[in-house]
Design a protein around this ligand. Structure first.
Ligand SMILES: C[S@@+](CC[C@H](N)C(=O)[O-])C[C@H]1O[C@@H](n2cnc3c(N)ncnc32)[C@H](O)[C@@H]1O
Length: 343
Protein backbone atom coordinates (compact mmCIF):
# COMPACT_ATOMS: atom_id res chain seq x y z
CA UNK A 1 0.00 0.00 0.00
CA UNK A 2 1.05 3.60 -0.57
CA UNK A 3 1.02 4.27 3.17
CA UNK A 4 3.45 1.39 3.68
CA UNK A 5 6.29 2.25 1.35
CA UNK A 6 9.27 -0.01 1.78
CA UNK A 7 12.14 1.26 3.96
CA UNK A 8 14.96 2.79 1.97
CA UNK A 9 17.38 0.13 0.74
CA UNK A 10 19.21 0.73 -2.47
CA UNK A 11 20.78 -1.99 -4.57
CA UNK A 12 22.99 -0.44 -7.24
CA UNK A 13 22.43 -0.93 -10.94
CA UNK A 14 24.86 -0.16 -13.78
CA UNK A 15 23.11 1.07 -16.91
CA UNK A 16 24.68 1.60 -20.33
CA UNK A 17 23.46 4.81 -21.93
CA UNK A 18 24.21 7.59 -24.34
CA UNK A 19 23.55 11.30 -24.53
CA UNK A 20 20.92 13.16 -26.50
CA UNK A 21 20.36 16.85 -26.77
CA UNK A 22 17.20 17.84 -28.62
CA UNK A 23 17.03 21.05 -30.60
CA UNK A 24 15.66 23.94 -28.52
CA UNK A 25 14.37 26.38 -31.08
CA UNK A 26 11.37 24.54 -32.49
CA UNK A 27 7.82 25.23 -31.39
CA UNK A 28 5.89 22.68 -29.37
CA UNK A 29 5.82 19.40 -31.23
CA UNK A 30 6.40 15.72 -30.72
CA UNK A 31 10.09 14.92 -30.64
CA UNK A 32 10.62 12.56 -33.53
CA UNK A 33 10.96 8.84 -32.97
CA UNK A 34 14.52 8.94 -34.22
CA UNK A 35 15.52 11.30 -31.41
CA UNK A 36 15.98 8.37 -29.04
CA UNK A 37 17.63 5.97 -31.43
CA UNK A 38 20.98 4.74 -30.28
CA UNK A 39 20.64 6.08 -26.76
CA UNK A 40 22.07 2.81 -25.52
CA UNK A 41 24.83 2.54 -28.11
CA UNK A 42 27.55 4.65 -26.53
CA UNK A 43 28.33 3.22 -23.14
CA UNK A 44 28.99 5.17 -20.01
CA UNK A 45 28.47 3.70 -16.58
CA UNK A 46 25.72 5.19 -14.51
CA UNK A 47 25.10 4.35 -10.92
CA UNK A 48 21.42 4.33 -10.12
CA UNK A 49 19.75 3.71 -6.80
CA UNK A 50 16.76 1.65 -7.71
CA UNK A 51 15.58 -0.27 -4.65
CA UNK A 52 12.46 1.77 -3.98
CA UNK A 53 11.37 1.52 -7.58
CA UNK A 54 9.90 -1.83 -6.54
CA UNK A 55 7.44 -0.12 -4.21
CA UNK A 56 3.85 -0.63 -5.42
CA UNK A 57 3.22 2.86 -6.74
CA UNK A 58 6.47 2.75 -8.69
CA UNK A 59 5.45 -0.56 -10.24
CA UNK A 60 2.30 1.05 -11.64
CA UNK A 61 4.42 3.77 -13.15
CA UNK A 62 6.76 1.19 -14.71
CA UNK A 63 3.86 -0.76 -16.16
CA UNK A 64 2.60 2.36 -17.92
CA UNK A 65 5.99 3.42 -19.27
CA UNK A 66 6.60 -0.14 -20.54
CA UNK A 67 3.28 0.13 -22.39
CA UNK A 68 4.46 3.47 -23.83
CA UNK A 69 7.65 1.77 -25.04
CA UNK A 70 5.68 -0.96 -26.80
CA UNK A 71 3.12 1.47 -28.25
CA UNK A 72 6.00 3.54 -29.64
CA UNK A 73 7.62 0.67 -31.54
CA UNK A 74 4.49 -0.71 -33.22
CA UNK A 75 4.08 -0.23 -36.97
CA UNK A 76 2.45 3.20 -37.40
CA UNK A 77 2.86 3.89 -33.69
CA UNK A 78 0.23 5.91 -31.86
CA UNK A 79 2.90 7.35 -29.59
CA UNK A 80 6.45 8.54 -30.24
CA UNK A 81 8.27 8.08 -26.97
CA UNK A 82 11.90 7.16 -27.59
CA UNK A 83 12.76 7.36 -23.89
CA UNK A 84 10.20 4.98 -22.41
CA UNK A 85 12.27 1.89 -23.12
CA UNK A 86 15.39 3.53 -21.70
CA UNK A 87 13.50 4.19 -18.47
CA UNK A 88 12.16 0.62 -18.27
CA UNK A 89 15.70 -0.70 -18.64
CA UNK A 90 16.91 1.70 -15.99
CA UNK A 91 14.26 0.56 -13.52
CA UNK A 92 15.26 -3.03 -14.21
CA UNK A 93 12.11 -4.88 -13.06
CA UNK A 94 12.10 -8.34 -14.64
CA UNK A 95 8.56 -8.62 -16.06
CA UNK A 96 8.95 -5.28 -17.83
CA UNK A 97 12.49 -5.97 -18.98
CA UNK A 98 11.24 -9.15 -20.65
CA UNK A 99 8.60 -7.09 -22.42
CA UNK A 100 11.01 -4.51 -23.82
CA UNK A 101 13.47 -7.29 -24.69
CA UNK A 102 10.72 -8.99 -26.68
CA UNK A 103 11.03 -12.31 -24.81
CA UNK A 104 7.39 -11.88 -23.81
CA UNK A 105 4.71 -9.36 -24.67
CA UNK A 106 1.74 -7.77 -22.99
CA UNK A 107 -0.73 -10.01 -24.81
CA UNK A 108 1.05 -13.18 -23.67
CA UNK A 109 0.74 -12.19 -20.05
CA UNK A 110 -2.87 -11.15 -20.45
CA UNK A 111 -2.54 -7.37 -20.80
CA UNK A 112 -2.71 -6.88 -24.54
CA UNK A 113 -4.84 -3.80 -23.86
CA UNK A 114 -2.06 -1.90 -22.08
CA UNK A 115 -0.06 -0.55 -25.06
CA UNK A 116 -3.03 0.75 -27.08
CA UNK A 117 -4.87 2.11 -24.04
CA UNK A 118 -1.93 3.82 -22.37
CA UNK A 119 -0.51 4.83 -25.75
CA UNK A 120 -3.63 6.65 -26.91
CA UNK A 121 -4.08 8.19 -23.47
CA UNK A 122 -0.54 9.57 -23.48
CA UNK A 123 -0.93 10.91 -26.99
CA UNK A 124 -4.26 12.55 -26.16
CA UNK A 125 -2.77 14.22 -23.10
CA UNK A 126 0.31 15.28 -25.07
CA UNK A 127 -1.91 16.94 -27.65
CA UNK A 128 -3.92 18.68 -24.93
CA UNK A 129 -0.74 20.12 -23.51
CA UNK A 130 0.64 21.18 -26.87
CA UNK A 131 -2.66 22.92 -27.66
CA UNK A 132 -2.49 24.72 -24.30
CA UNK A 133 1.04 25.90 -25.18
CA UNK A 134 -0.08 27.10 -28.58
CA UNK A 135 -2.84 29.09 -26.89
CA UNK A 136 -0.22 30.90 -24.80
CA UNK A 137 -0.04 28.89 -21.57
CA UNK A 138 3.54 28.66 -20.29
CA UNK A 139 3.12 26.66 -17.09
CA UNK A 140 2.06 23.03 -16.73
CA UNK A 141 1.81 20.63 -13.82
CA UNK A 142 1.85 16.86 -14.33
CA UNK A 143 0.37 15.29 -11.19
CA UNK A 144 1.30 11.67 -10.54
CA UNK A 145 3.53 11.74 -13.61
CA UNK A 146 5.52 8.75 -12.41
CA UNK A 147 8.03 7.55 -14.99
CA UNK A 148 6.23 9.05 -17.96
CA UNK A 149 8.59 10.88 -20.34
CA UNK A 150 6.28 13.66 -21.56
CA UNK A 151 8.68 16.29 -20.24
CA UNK A 152 11.34 14.83 -22.54
CA UNK A 153 9.45 13.59 -25.60
CA UNK A 154 7.78 16.95 -26.27
CA UNK A 155 9.72 19.95 -27.45
CA UNK A 156 8.67 23.05 -25.53
CA UNK A 157 8.43 26.70 -26.44
CA UNK A 158 10.84 29.09 -24.79
CA UNK A 159 9.63 30.13 -21.35
CA UNK A 160 7.69 26.94 -20.64
CA UNK A 161 7.78 25.90 -16.98
CA UNK A 162 6.97 22.28 -16.33
CA UNK A 163 6.40 20.74 -12.91
CA UNK A 164 6.03 17.05 -12.21
CA UNK A 165 4.70 15.90 -8.85
CA UNK A 166 4.86 12.31 -7.66
CA UNK A 167 6.32 10.30 -4.83
CA UNK A 168 9.81 11.37 -3.86
CA UNK A 169 11.53 8.18 -4.97
CA UNK A 170 10.40 8.55 -8.56
CA UNK A 171 10.95 12.29 -8.70
CA UNK A 172 14.49 11.85 -7.38
CA UNK A 173 15.30 9.02 -9.73
CA UNK A 174 13.84 9.85 -13.16
CA UNK A 175 15.48 13.22 -13.95
CA UNK A 176 18.85 12.10 -12.61
CA UNK A 177 18.76 8.84 -14.52
CA UNK A 178 17.77 10.53 -17.78
CA UNK A 179 20.22 13.39 -17.31
CA UNK A 180 22.96 10.79 -16.93
CA UNK A 181 21.77 9.34 -20.23
CA UNK A 182 22.16 12.83 -21.73
CA UNK A 183 18.38 13.36 -21.91
CA UNK A 184 17.02 16.66 -20.65
CA UNK A 185 13.73 18.51 -21.04
CA UNK A 186 13.59 21.59 -23.23
CA UNK A 187 11.32 23.21 -20.62
CA UNK A 188 12.28 24.75 -17.29
CA UNK A 189 11.63 21.45 -15.60
CA UNK A 190 11.21 20.69 -11.89
CA UNK A 191 10.39 17.30 -10.38
CA UNK A 192 8.70 17.68 -7.00
CA UNK A 193 8.56 14.78 -4.56
CA UNK A 194 5.37 15.02 -2.51
CA UNK A 195 2.40 13.04 -1.27
CA UNK A 196 -0.55 13.82 -3.50
CA UNK A 197 -2.97 13.30 -0.64
CA UNK A 198 -1.60 16.22 1.35
CA UNK A 199 0.98 18.97 1.35
CA UNK A 200 1.77 18.87 -2.35
CA UNK A 201 0.56 22.44 -3.15
CA UNK A 202 3.12 24.02 -0.82
CA UNK A 203 5.89 21.79 -2.23
CA UNK A 204 4.84 22.85 -5.74
CA UNK A 205 4.85 26.55 -4.87
CA UNK A 206 8.24 26.19 -3.18
CA UNK A 207 9.56 24.74 -6.45
CA UNK A 208 8.56 27.95 -8.26
CA UNK A 209 4.97 27.38 -9.38
CA UNK A 210 3.26 30.73 -10.03
CA UNK A 211 -0.44 30.70 -9.26
CA UNK A 212 -0.93 34.06 -10.99
CA UNK A 213 -0.15 32.36 -14.34
CA UNK A 214 -2.67 30.20 -16.21
CA UNK A 215 -1.71 26.56 -15.83
CA UNK A 216 -2.33 23.38 -17.79
CA UNK A 217 -2.88 20.49 -15.37
CA UNK A 218 -2.39 16.87 -16.40
CA UNK A 219 -3.84 14.17 -14.15
CA UNK A 220 -3.12 10.90 -15.88
CA UNK A 221 -3.53 7.49 -14.36
CA UNK A 222 -4.59 8.49 -10.85
CA UNK A 223 -7.33 5.93 -11.06
CA UNK A 224 -10.10 5.19 -10.42
CA UNK A 225 -10.51 9.01 -10.40
CA UNK A 226 -8.61 12.02 -9.11
CA UNK A 227 -9.84 12.58 -5.55
CA UNK A 228 -10.96 15.89 -4.08
CA UNK A 229 -7.59 16.07 -2.25
CA UNK A 230 -6.22 16.81 -5.70
CA UNK A 231 -9.09 18.65 -7.35
CA UNK A 232 -9.65 21.16 -4.53
CA UNK A 233 -6.06 22.47 -4.43
CA UNK A 234 -5.95 22.55 -8.23
CA UNK A 235 -8.99 24.78 -8.19
CA UNK A 236 -7.44 27.03 -5.56
CA UNK A 237 -4.18 27.32 -7.54
CA UNK A 238 -5.79 27.92 -10.95
CA UNK A 239 -6.35 31.43 -12.22
CA UNK A 240 -8.88 32.00 -15.03
CA UNK A 241 -7.72 30.55 -18.32
CA UNK A 242 -6.14 27.52 -16.67
CA UNK A 243 -7.09 24.16 -18.10
CA UNK A 244 -7.04 20.57 -16.97
CA UNK A 245 -7.29 17.09 -18.36
CA UNK A 246 -7.77 13.88 -16.38
CA UNK A 247 -8.78 10.30 -16.96
CA UNK A 248 -11.19 8.43 -14.72
CA UNK A 249 -13.37 5.38 -14.59
CA UNK A 250 -17.03 5.89 -15.12
CA UNK A 251 -18.84 3.92 -12.42
CA UNK A 252 -17.13 0.99 -10.74
CA UNK A 253 -13.48 0.29 -11.35
CA UNK A 254 -13.37 -2.55 -13.89
CA UNK A 255 -12.21 -5.96 -12.72
CA UNK A 256 -9.40 -5.77 -15.19
CA UNK A 257 -7.50 -3.42 -12.85
CA UNK A 258 -7.50 -6.00 -10.06
CA UNK A 259 -6.53 -8.66 -12.58
CA UNK A 260 -3.44 -6.69 -13.50
CA UNK A 261 -2.44 -6.40 -9.85
CA UNK A 262 -2.93 -10.13 -9.31
CA UNK A 263 -1.08 -11.17 -12.42
CA UNK A 264 1.88 -8.91 -11.78
CA UNK A 265 2.09 -10.28 -8.29
CA UNK A 266 2.06 -13.78 -9.82
CA UNK A 267 4.99 -12.90 -12.09
CA UNK A 268 7.03 -11.42 -9.28
CA UNK A 269 5.64 -11.61 -5.77
CA UNK A 270 7.43 -8.43 -4.72
CA UNK A 271 5.47 -6.40 -7.27
CA UNK A 272 2.08 -4.91 -6.60
CA UNK A 273 -0.12 -2.05 -7.73
CA UNK A 274 -1.70 0.80 -5.90
CA UNK A 275 -2.83 4.27 -6.85
CA UNK A 276 -3.55 7.44 -4.94
CA UNK A 277 -7.22 7.42 -5.82
CA UNK A 278 -7.96 3.94 -4.61
CA UNK A 279 -7.95 4.54 -0.85
CA UNK A 280 -9.69 7.91 -0.90
CA UNK A 281 -13.38 8.76 -1.07
CA UNK A 282 -14.47 8.91 -4.66
CA UNK A 283 -15.89 11.99 -6.40
CA UNK A 284 -17.13 12.42 -9.95
CA UNK A 285 -14.41 14.77 -11.23
CA UNK A 286 -16.62 16.31 -13.93
CA UNK A 287 -19.36 17.15 -11.42
CA UNK A 288 -16.83 18.37 -8.85
CA UNK A 289 -15.14 20.77 -11.25
CA UNK A 290 -18.45 22.02 -12.66
CA UNK A 291 -19.45 22.95 -9.10
CA UNK A 292 -16.14 24.76 -8.51
CA UNK A 293 -15.85 27.23 -11.36
CA UNK A 294 -14.80 25.08 -14.31
CA UNK A 295 -16.51 24.29 -17.56
CA UNK A 296 -15.73 20.86 -18.87
CA UNK A 297 -16.54 18.07 -21.19
CA UNK A 298 -15.75 14.39 -21.05
CA UNK A 299 -15.67 11.57 -23.59
CA UNK A 300 -14.74 7.92 -23.67
CA UNK A 301 -11.04 7.52 -24.28
CA UNK A 302 -11.66 5.25 -27.25
CA UNK A 303 -13.16 8.19 -29.17
CA UNK A 304 -9.60 9.49 -29.38
CA UNK A 305 -8.89 6.86 -32.03
CA UNK A 306 -11.53 8.33 -34.31
CA UNK A 307 -9.98 11.76 -33.74
CA UNK A 308 -6.71 10.50 -35.26
CA UNK A 309 -8.46 8.51 -37.99
CA UNK A 310 -7.71 5.06 -36.58
CA UNK A 311 -10.04 2.19 -35.72
CA UNK A 312 -10.27 1.19 -32.05
CA UNK A 313 -7.83 -1.71 -31.58
CA UNK A 314 -9.59 -5.00 -30.79
CA UNK A 315 -7.62 -5.30 -27.52
CA UNK A 316 -9.49 -2.34 -26.01
CA UNK A 317 -12.81 -2.43 -27.80
CA UNK A 318 -14.57 -4.41 -25.06
CA UNK A 319 -16.44 -3.00 -22.05
CA UNK A 320 -13.71 -4.11 -19.62
CA UNK A 321 -11.11 -1.79 -21.09
CA UNK A 322 -11.28 1.40 -23.12
CA UNK A 323 -15.03 1.83 -23.03
CA UNK A 324 -15.03 2.53 -19.30
CA UNK A 325 -12.19 5.02 -19.19
CA UNK A 326 -13.21 8.62 -19.76
CA UNK A 327 -11.12 11.67 -20.50
CA UNK A 328 -12.20 14.96 -18.94
CA UNK A 329 -11.11 18.34 -20.23
CA UNK A 330 -11.97 21.49 -18.37
CA UNK A 331 -11.21 25.20 -18.42
CA UNK A 332 -11.21 27.52 -15.42
CA UNK A 333 -13.80 30.19 -15.94
CA UNK A 334 -13.05 33.84 -15.57
CA UNK A 335 -15.22 35.88 -13.27
CA UNK A 336 -17.36 37.02 -16.17
CA UNK A 337 -19.30 33.76 -16.26
CA UNK A 338 -19.68 31.03 -18.84
CA UNK A 339 -17.68 30.87 -22.00
CA UNK A 340 -17.10 28.16 -24.53
CA UNK A 341 -14.51 25.51 -23.87
CA UNK A 342 -11.75 25.65 -26.48
CA UNK A 343 -11.15 22.03 -27.54
C1 LIG B 1 -0.53 4.51 -12.81
S1 LIG B 1 0.82 5.53 -12.39
C2 LIG B 1 0.63 6.75 -13.66
C3 LIG B 1 1.91 7.41 -13.99
C4 LIG B 1 1.84 8.44 -15.13
N1 LIG B 1 0.83 9.45 -14.92
C5 LIG B 1 1.63 7.77 -16.45
O1 LIG B 1 0.54 7.80 -16.97
O2 LIG B 1 2.61 7.18 -16.95
C6 LIG B 1 0.21 6.37 -10.93
C7 LIG B 1 1.24 7.32 -10.34
O3 LIG B 1 0.66 7.93 -9.18
C8 LIG B 1 1.66 8.05 -8.20
N2 LIG B 1 1.04 8.10 -6.88
C9 LIG B 1 0.12 7.26 -6.38
N3 LIG B 1 -0.20 7.64 -5.13
C10 LIG B 1 0.53 8.75 -4.85
C11 LIG B 1 0.63 9.62 -3.72
N4 LIG B 1 -0.11 9.44 -2.63
N5 LIG B 1 1.49 10.65 -3.78
C12 LIG B 1 2.26 10.85 -4.88
N6 LIG B 1 2.19 10.09 -5.98
C13 LIG B 1 1.34 9.05 -5.96
C14 LIG B 1 2.49 6.82 -8.36
O4 LIG B 1 3.78 6.98 -7.81
C15 LIG B 1 2.49 6.62 -9.86
O5 LIG B 1 3.60 7.23 -10.45
Amino acid sequence: MWRKLLPLSYPVLAVPCRGRNPGRDAGPCLVSQSAGEGIQAETTTLTVRCGDLRAPAAVEATLVVAAHAVASRAPEPILADPFAEVVVRGVGQQPFLRIVDGTTNFAEIGYGWCPPLFGIRARTFDEFLLAACRSGIRQAVLLGSGLDCRAYRLDWLTGMALYEVDQLTLMDWKPVFLANCGVTSTARHRCVGADLRQGWPSALCKAGFDESQPTAWIIEGLLPAPPSQILAPISALSCPGSCLTADYFEGAEPEVVDDVADQLHGLDSSLGLHSVGSDLPRVDPAAYLAAHGWIGRSAHLVTAFAAIGRPVPAAIAGPQHGALLRILRATRLDTGGLRTATW
